[in-house]
Design a protein around this ligand. Structure first.
Ligand SMILES: Cc1cc2nc3c(=O)[nH]c(=O)nc-3n(C[C@H](O)[C@H](O)[C@H](O)COP(=O)(O)O)c2cc1C
Length: 276
């Protein structure tokens, strides 16, 4: 098969998915000896232009698992912006040790619906954006090496193939409901309306959080005001240079306690097809 360009595309508020998608795209572009382009879908401005790809391009697209699926406010952007024309694609989701549940199945279904032919897929354990002790520091060097080797294998197969291979079997149900977060006592945790607070002493109003907010929910003029919808992505918390943003919602904190108690064991990443 002739591939002329590789695209790496991600929604990645805290950077783990981006790191893995870049590693995948770089590996495939290297093996196929073609140029690579990258596109972030992190902010509302970045989610305006559609990305229309032809049959001789190859898409690697990634997003994080939120409540067992793709982030519900962002998933429509994947569906609206990505358009293929029998374009081969690799679907990547990350998850923070608990489970990717149905996120990869959902991404696969969206890609198939939008004209892409799935040639590979991966669900990769990565540091939990909310409970950072889970899968802390991942993707690490070993994770990136595995992704690079997986894509090298995939790229070599694609270059030699006369036609697109059969799509790999992706586990999960794209239509399944979202995972319901639990509190430490096992009761349902409801923190849908939780928003980040701002420590007024630490905040120097640099506005970085407003610029990085994936929902455009933080006021640029006064970054202490979160007036829009918050999806708890943690971009503002993790990127704030002074550590001024934090969550103190009791159900949110109790959910983190539950996660730390039950999902501390390192999770395995899974690749399709399972080359190794
Ligand atoms: C709101 C939210 C919900 C999450 N839900 C899950 C989940 O259901 N299962 C899981 O294992 N990890 C979950 N995570 C962890 C993320 O999937 C993980 O941290 C991901 O790698 C973040 O990607 P990013 O660094 O590209 O933003 C969740 C994280 C956030 C912020």
């Amino acid at each position: 098969m002739k591939i002329e360009r590789v695209w790496g595309v991600w929604f990645s508020p805290t950077g783990s998915t981006e790191t893995l998608v870049r590693a995948a795209a770089d590996s495939l572009a290297g093996v196929l000896d073609v140029p690579v382009s990258y596109r972030s879908l992190n902010t509302p401005v970045q989610r305006q232009e559609p990305l229309c790809l032809g049959p001789q391009e190859l898409l690697i697209v990634g997003g994080p698992t939120y409540a067992g699926k793709l982030p519900n406010k962002i998933m429509p952007a994947f569906r609206e912006l990505l358009r293929g024309e029998k374009t081969p694609a690799v679907a990547v989701v990350t998850f923070g040790n608990r489970s990717f549940d149905n996120a990869l199945a959902e991404l696969g279904a969206i890609l198939s619906e939008k004209g892409f032919e799935i040639v590979g897929a991966a669900a990769c354990a990565a540091e939990h954006a909310m409970a950072r002790s889970l899968a802390a520091g991942r993707p690490d060097a070993e994770d990136l090496d595995r992704m690079t080797r997986f894509c090298a294998e995939l790229g070599t197969g694609l270059a030699a193939a006369k036609q697109l291979p059969d799509p790999p079997q992706i586990p999960g149900d794209a239509a399944a409901p979202y995972y319901r977060p639990l509190r430490a006592d096992g009761a349902p945790a409801n923190f849908l309306r939780a928003k980040p607070k701002t420590d007024p002493v630490r905040c120097d109003r640099c506005g970085l959080c407003a610029r990085l907010c994936t929902m455009g929910a933080i006021e640029t003029e006064d970054p202490m005001q979160v007036t829009g919808t918050c999806i708890k992505c943690q971009a503002c918390v993790q990127h704030c240079p002074t550590g001024a943003k934090y969550f103190d919602d009791p159900d949110y904190l109790s959910h983190l306690e539950m996660l730390r108690a039950h999902y501390a064991a390192p999770a395995d990443s899974v690749y399709f097809p399972p080359y190794f």
